[in-house]
Design a protein. Structure first.
Length: 261
């Protein structure tokens, strides 16, 4: 094994990371829904949902994203497999989003990329697509793959959970749904359009932030979110590298921080 290959291999996320990411994703879901229930019965102010949801949705998203590169749908727990952090009544599970994500890595910025619709068009189009992605993902999957028995059952379960939460929580549910959709849309726009476009060019690019801003973002959203965003090009070069080690792996991947004008 070459020195470069060894330098990369030692930074691959271990099994312990998969367990940590699973715990993080489940904890995010639990904290969000517990706060929703507490707000609905008046135990805590409804505005706490805005804070909790805005901070935890990106953490949940990156945990699932990192798990995609470590665990198949057969290797995750039932809650993770079902994907019960809901943004609309019709949504996909871990299996479908994993297939989409693998296509994004394999066919990035081509029509075969399931996320290609996120990358094309103007910045405004990218913004609209990012904020409507929860709806588009389900309908685009069905248009391409159809609905099998598993997807039909899981879709009904997720839809029933969404409607039940909305009905039982009343107007309080909006204090969850609105910040959740905003956090999801902003994260999708940053992770797809902003990191894969430079003018009309489509590729994958690093992102530079002032040190103070990176520290603030890390404090708010955690190391995984910030490192996976700043060094997204390294992630595409070696998807198995743990997010915390992406910066340190840049040289071994023969990548620089210079971006395409």
């Amino acid at each position: 094994m070459s020195t470069r290959a060894r330098d990369l291999a030692i930074r691959f996320a271990p099994d312990a990371d998969a367990a940590r990411l699973t715990r993080n994703s489940l904890l995010c879901i639990a904290l969000i829904y517990v706060d929703l229930a507490a707000a609905a019965v008046g135990w805590v102010p409804v505005w706490t949902l805005t804070v909790i949801v805005s901070l935890l949705v990106p953490r949940w998203m990156i945990a699932i994203h990192e798990l995609f590169h470590l665990r198949s749908e057969r290797e995750v727990d039932p809650v993770t497999r079902l994907q019960v952090l809901l943004f609309n009544p019709l949504s996909l599970g871990y299996r479908e989003t994993l297939v989409n994500h693998r296509s994004h890595h394999r066919f990035m910025a081509t029509p075969q990329d399931a996320e290609f619709y996120q990358l094309r068009g103007s910045p405004l189009a990218g913004l609209v697509n990012a904020f409507t992605a929860p709806e588009q993902m389900w309908f685009r999957w069905v248009a391409e793959h159809g609905i099998d028995r598993r997807l039909a059952i899981e879709t009904v379960v997720r839809a029933a959970l969404f409607v039940s939460l909305a009905w039982s929580c009343g107007a309080t549910f909006l204090w969850y749904l609105v910040p959740a959709r905003l956090a999801f849309g902003a994260s999708y726009f940053a992770f797809f359009y902003a990191l894969h476009r430079r003018g009309d060019a489509m590729d994958v690019y690093p992102l530079s932030l002032p040190a103070w801003l990176a520290r603030c973002m890390t404090w708010l959203y955690g190391t995984d979110v910030v490192e996976a965003t700043l060094h997204h090009d390294v992630h595409h070069a070696q998807p198995r590298i743990a997010a915390r080690d992406l910066a340190a792996s840049r040289e071994a991947c023969n990548l620089t921080l210079a971006t395409t004008p």
